[in-house]
Design a protein around this ligand. Sequence first.
Ligand code: FDA
Ligand code: NAP
Length: 451
Amino acid sequence: MGIKGRRSQEIHDVVGIGFGPSNLSLAIALEEHGESTPGRPVTSRFFEKQPAFGWHRDMLLPSTTMQISFLKDLVTFRNPLSRYSFVSFLHASNRLVQFVNNQDFFPTRREFHQYLEWAAAGLADRVSYGTEVTAIRPVTEDGGDGPPDLLEVEVRDGDGTVRVVAARNVAVSTGLVPRLPDGMGGHERVWHSSEFLSRFNERDPEELRRVMVVGAGQSAAEITRFLHDALPHAEVGAVIPSYGYSIADDTPFANQVFDPSAVDEYYFGTDRARDAFWRYHRNTNYSVVDADVIRALYQRSYEEQVRGTRRLRFRNLTRVDAVKGAGDETRVVLRSLLDDTVEETAVDALVFATGYDGLDPARLLGGFDRHFERDAAGKHRVERDYRLVSSSGMTCGVYLQGGTEHTHGLTSALLSNIAVRSGEIADSIVLRRTERELDRAGSVRKASSAA
Ligand code: FDA
Ligand code: NAP
């Protein structure tokens, strides 16, 4: 493995790291900006480590639905006339009429995935798949020791070759990070929900006779329902830390926390206001389940009771204490919060649907991270335009799509606001480029009048 060149010939205005929905939306915003100002396009390049476009593929379970309206697509809230809207996709797929007849604001995740793939295909010339960004370094274009004005982005291709591309800005959009409770990983029969379908499909279903799902969020409930359908011979256990699944509040007033205007209110609000957002509205998204999935699970359980053959078992107020590999067996230790009793049981598969940590740019920035300011809680300070606040006067920028819950609120890791956020980032990149060029022109004028 060797580095092909210190710097590519071209300096991109922006390099996007990751090509999930957030950076796909940014790529479209930049393209549409270019169309409105021909001659001064913003040059961009995106790198995605997956071999092809994919959005949480391992959770594309049958009949799971989106948790946002189809109108909160990649573009509509920013530009309702965009050709990359969900409605355009339906039209191109000859399904617009049928979609309307179906009268459902919430498409299946499978259909939304088709939409995202269709949009990604329209921008294929800007993306390199199968390439992982491994480092970012600040440099100066003239090689001097002034504040950095350029970023070197190290990219590893599928064959292991490492090359470096240069950019004025990067947009970090590497997504959520799967979270397993400490010390529970490393067993063949223990999976995280983020890898569910791949791991499930590797196994012979006949061998899966005792399966268990940990967690009381949307992932846990969907996987429990799936396993109950897919393994009619199996005992399906659900380990729920609460008394029962709680409903995801998607009623209209609460849903306003995902409005574009709520981002300003959160960002410029007091600490007490930000705290209230979380205290009152965490249940719009975390550790909650859509009502239809809750009802489907309860109905299954009740039918089993009526039939007198129970294989779906909910262990409420229970947490996992430990996972043990014992010879050929995997055993899970469950602790009831009711009476503190401990039960140990063998499982053929144990799925931790225990959620995710937010994007943390420090993982990618490495030593470069020390250029960025942190708040009193140790979290990155982020400008309203999603740019990390730097302490070294650098003119190049690191933008975040994700990892900004503490500054911009609940939409940070969701799709609800990506159309607007991408537009704001695109505008910021263009504005700061203009300011930089004016500064440079001003310095040249000053130097020549002094001469
Ligand atoms: P996302 O995780 O989608 O994409 C990040 C990309 O970066 C990945 O493709 C990854 O491979 C790539 N990458 C990571 N590191 C890299 C590197 N170093 N170099 C190159 N590439 C790299 N939200 C919502 O609003 N409505 C919904 O219905 C749902 N549904 C939903 C289902 C499931 C199962 C989950 C887990 C989550 C959701 N979400 C959601 C929330 C989810 O965060 C959101 O839908 C998007 O995935 C956010 O898009 P991003 O592009 O930011 O991240
Ligand atoms: P989540 O909402 O964070 O839920 C994680 C669950 O795991 C919580 O119930 C949590 O309990 C529990 N948990 C954590 N550690 C545990 C432990 N040691 N023992 C027992 N339980 C433990 O995660 P998620 O369900 O993966 O959802 C993440 C995001 O993806 C959300 O935005 C969700 O809406 C989205 N999603 C969407 C879809 C869809 O669109 N159809 C599908 C799946 C997920 P505590 O509350 O006690 O922490």
